[in-house]
Design a protein around this ligand. Sequence first.
Ligand code: ADP
Ligand code: MG
Length: 280
Amino acid sequence: MAEELVADRLQSNLARLRLPRISQVLLDVVETAKVQGHSHLQVLDALMEEEVACKEQRRLDTALKVSGLPFIKTLDDFDFTFQPNLDRRQVNALFDLTFLARKENVVLLGPPGVGKTHLAVALAVKACQAGQTIFFTSMADLIDKLKADHSAGKTGRLRGHYKAAVVVVDEVGYTPITQDECNLFYRFVATRYERASTIITSNKAFVDWQEMFHDAVIVTAILDRLLHHCAVVNIRGHSYRLKGKVASDAARDASVSPQAPKEEPGPTDCATEEGDYATA
Ligand code: ADP
Ligand code: MG
């Protein structure tokens, strides 16, 4: 059969089999193979590698798009020198993702702007790259979803916030929740307990969770399940959002009064900027 006819039939079969990347690179790969003397097996391998890489990239793009992540940031984007008190080894160890296989949780605690969401997002992105399903939600949105399912008489168990291998619940403690909402959150935590990993960020120390969740019994039950298999990352430091401001404030203070006592800058909604958030 003439070369052109073979090429046409190949293209139509590639379209039927939905192998667009092979279709795209076929002629180039065959040409290169001729010049460089690649074997048939090497040609086949090169074509398959192209298609698999393309499909994987598409899966990743779609998964990241529908995950609800507020931004895409990685560990490489995180400046550890800005948070000298942060346990770098502990954070790096999380990024080997073994906590996922062990169905363990991660809780990131600290005042606003210290990088809790950044690190939670970076973990989710890494998990997604490793082929895991991810889901990101703020606590407020999660409560809305749980309430909607509850009032519709559904369990919601097949939805992303229950099913995903990694669920990030961001900003626990920013908005108060009612007793009923608290019960729904308990059910959510209990359902995922030892089944899948949940990553939580909070600006509230565990001692303040009781006030936030109203009920001592429920909060104990929530923390019991959440913390049983869990890495708690306590970030005690300044807000990255105030980075330039902190530096210029310090310079101004130094030039005005070298003896002036140092005051911690930072948000006012956290009583314990430098305190230990992890003390229960
Ligand atoms: P939090 O969730 O603790 O309030 P975020 O993670 O939202 O803080 O961080 C606020 C902004 O500052 C984000 O754009 C984040 O990427 C950035 N940021 C925070 N800490 C760091 C850091 N150590 N290095 C680089 N960027 C950071
Ligand atoms: Mg945040």
